[in-house]
Ligand binder design. Structure first.
Ligand code: FAD
Length: 315
């Protein structure tokens, strides 16, 4: 049975959805083990253990968290060596893709990114060129490294919470590794994280810098606020809100697109949403080609009406 190592880059208070998906995928492929890039609390460790992970590799040097990707890659490569893992799973963030690439070089391992499906025989499915092509591929090396897109694999029910065995890993850090010298916490919006939200209200250039009607609708629905690249590039909302080819891939139950034309690069990040509602004042806008429900109208009229109606029905 293959040993499958899951890299968990930013342990929080408890496991998030994409971490549960990775751990479930690992359990389906073989014997799961984990490597945590920084210290974690007992609730988090119990959560990891509840997916059948018996051992967690952690950095022996608590300072590792202050290094950027080079330090984490050195640690992960060492954890792979110690555990004897043949399969390594990471998330699909830019940082994790870079870590995967560096681990691939260190271990002479094949690396496959943007994975949306992984068969028991390790054949990976990738969605390429903004979802225009579906590609299947396999690593031919002894160790295979995969970065997996969120929402690609259904998280299984967790078992009994049980803290895994902790294995400290001594890492020789590369001399030239860049270090983080300060961190500022982002103020909490109280809204769900974009890639995990069940409802997303996303705005584009048509919002003209005013995201208030979108935030109000998102709050009425308990959802998150997303954006097109035109809106993030304009500085109207932070870059972490960008949905699409070069932003986040989301798969909510409901995606409300407002003032977004529906370019192929935007679609690449949201076309797997269960229900898409588009609000656009141009009846010929391409977004209506993928929308389940289309509203031709001014978003500054349509969204406040929807919010008011939802609030009324909630009372
Ligand atoms: C390599 C590359 C990567 C990219 N990655 C991404 C990505 O990750 N995500 C992404 O989104 N884009 C991405 N883009 C950009 C993409 O090609 C489009 O330029 C962008 O999505 C357009 O954003 P938009 O729909 O908000 O703006 P526009 O295309 O300008 O559309 C604005 C829409 O708003 C409508 N509108 C205007 N006013 C109102 C109103 N009051 N009420 C209702 N509707 C209104 C208009 O009719 C129009 O359809 C990428 C491009 C490249 C080349």
């Amino acid at each position: 049975m293959a040993t499958v190592l899951v890299f968990l880059d930013n342990p929080g208070a408890t496991l998030n959805k994409s971490e549960r998906e990775l751990l479930s995928l690992a359990a389906s492929l073989g014997e799961g083990t984990a490597a945590l890039a920084s210290e974690a609390g007992q609730a988090y460790l119990d959560g990891v253990g509840s997916y059948g992970v018996a051992a967690c590799h952690v950095p022996a040097d608590a300072d590792l968290g202050t290094y950027l990707v080079a330090g984490k890659a050195a640690f992960l490569a060492e954890a792979v060596r110690l555990s004897g893992a043949q399969v390594v799973l990471l998330g699909n963030s830019y940082e994790e893709k870079e870590i995967a690439a560096r681990v691939g070089v260190r271990l002479n391992a094949g690396v496959i990114t943007d994975v949306v499906g992984l068969d028991p025989d390790l054949t990976a499915t990738k969605s390429d060129f903004a979802g225009s092509y579906t590609v299947t591929c396999r690593a031919t090396t002894g160790i295979a490294v995969f970065t997996v897109k969120p929402n690609s694999y259904e998280a299984a029910e967790a078992g009994t919470p049980e803290g895994p065995r902790i294995i400290p890993v001594e890492t020789a850090l590369p001399a030239a590794a860049a270090r983080i010298t300060g961190r500022v916490d982002k103020p909490a919006s109280g809204r769900p994280e974009l890639s995990e939200a069940r409802v997303i209200v996303a705005g584009g250039r048509g919002v003209e810098g005013n995201f208030k009607p979108l935030e109000e609708l998102a709050d009425a629905l308990g959802g998150a606020v997303g954006a097109s690249r035109a809106a993030t590039d304009a500085g109207w909302i932070e870059h972490s809100a960008q949905v699409g080819q070069t932003g986040k891939t989301v798969s909510p139950q409901l995606y409300i697109s407002a003032g977004i034309s529906g370019a192929v690069q935007q679609k690449a990040g949201m076309q797997t949403a269960k229900v898409i509602v588009a609000v656009n004042k141009d009846a010929d806008s391409p977004v209506f080609e993928i929308a389940d429900f289309g509203i031709i109208g001014d978003l500054f009229t349509v969204l406040p009406q929807a919010t008011e109606e939802i609030r009324k029905r909630r009372v």
